[in-house]
Design a protein around this ligand. Structure first.
Ligand code: COA
Ligand code: ZN
Length: 318
């Protein structure tokens, strides 16, 4: 087993905002393109610089993201912005290259059943089709984050052995991915399974950068981030307000929440470059657009040292 060096406090941690992709894809009512653009711009204004803005998938499979090109054409890209999009196949890679993304997140699942549900082909077929995908993106100078869905468990198959995840990571490394992203599609990750998957990849594919993508389905998403930090991982996906979920995975709910992650990192001595008040403002806007309360907790409670007016709070006079 590869040994781990924890990320030292004071380090920069990259947060990749995935609400506009993982969050919006799961919303039943179509979010108007202009509203998507407004939210993306508010997220960038909070200091976030990495964002998965949309998906280049079949509009029949995911109608909510049928406006991928329009969203990418409409957003502001502040200095240092790193814009990514999800791509399942060659057609998606060609569309992403035409729309001007900085990186692409390819998607394959570690479990056969979820891959069939999600992209309608066996795992090995996805992997062999990635050769043409990588060639197209390489030619366009676009970096590739190799996404591995159901990396910590599958809602249809149960346990996903770390060696299955490591095999795909190794293949991604051979294809030339700059990183792999371990997706916890239905929130089955726990601190121990996170540690096991990271260590299996470090053994099978030394030097490959690992990103972590947790959903908070069972309430241990931020605990898994702490495990990631102790295993040396510096890149985490999160979703504004805790939006998120895969339409092709039973029981999927929201990602770990961006404001909650910013708060945790800030209070743990890490630096993310994100302003907590501004990300809460972006979450408030997102909640208004979505039209229902979002799960984020810092959104509800505010920062730890937010002061309340004693005159507005009842006194327990006996
Ligand atoms: N973008 C737009 N359209 C696409 C496309 C893409 N990336 N890939 C395929 N299509 C279109 C084809 O042009 C074809 O259209 P037509 O019937 O009008 O000719 C149709 O979709 C079917 O194409 P096919 O290659 O047979 O795909 P499929 O039916 O086997 O579906 C995927 C495969 C990957 C396209 C589909 O399952 C998909 O988009 N999945 C994404 C799921 C997702 O986003 N999950 C959440 C994130 S993890
Ligand atoms: Zn996800």
């Amino acid at each position: 087993m590869a040994s781990a060096t924890p990320v030292p406090p004071g380090s920069h941690i990259t947060i990749c905002e995935v609400g506009p992709r993982d969050g919006f894809q799961n919303e039943k009512t179509f979010i108007p393109t202009a509203k998507k653009i407004e939210i993306v711009n508010a997220l960038f204004a909070s200091g976030l610089r990495h964002m998965q803005v949309t998906s280049f998938v079949s509009p029949r499979a995911v109608p909510q993201l049928a406006d991928a090109e329009e969203v990418l054409a409409g957003i502001d890209r502040p200095e240092g912005a790193f814009v990514t999009a999800l791509v399942p196949n060659l057609r998606g890679a060609e569309r992403a290259a035409g729309a001007g993304v900085d990186a692409v997140h390819t998607v394959v699942s570690a479990s056969e059943t979820h891959n069939l549900k999600n992209v309608n082909r066996p795992v090995d077929q996805s992997l062999s089709e990635f050769e043409a995908v990588f060639a197209t993106l390489d030619k366009a100078g676009i970096a590739i984050e190799g996404g591995i869905a159901t990396a910590f468990g599958c809602p249809f198959e149960g346990i996903v052995p770390p060696r299955q995840v490591a095999r795909i990571a190794k293949r991604y490394q051979e294809l030339g991915a700059s990183s792999v992203s371990l997706g916890d599609t239905t929130g089955m990750a726990t601190p121990l399974t996170v540690q096991a998957a990271i260590r299996a990849i470090r053994d099978a594919a030394p030097g490959l950068e690992i990103h972590l993508h947790f959903h908070n389905t069972r309430g241990v998403g931020l605990a898994c981030v702490m495990t990631g930090l102790s295993e040396g991982v510096t890149h985490y996906d999160a979703s504004v307000g805790g939006l998120g979920g895969c339409p092709f995975a039973a029981g999927a709910t929201g990602n770990i929440c961006t404001e909650d992650l910013v708060y945790l990192l800030q209070e743990s001595g890490y630096e993310s470059g994100v302003d907590l008040d501004k990300i809460i403002a972006a979450a408030t806007l997102t909640q208004e657009v979505i039209g229902r309360p979002l799960p984020g907790q810092v959104l509800k409670a505010g920062p730890r040292l937010k002061r309340h007016d004693p005159d507005l709070t009842v006194t327990a006079a006996g």
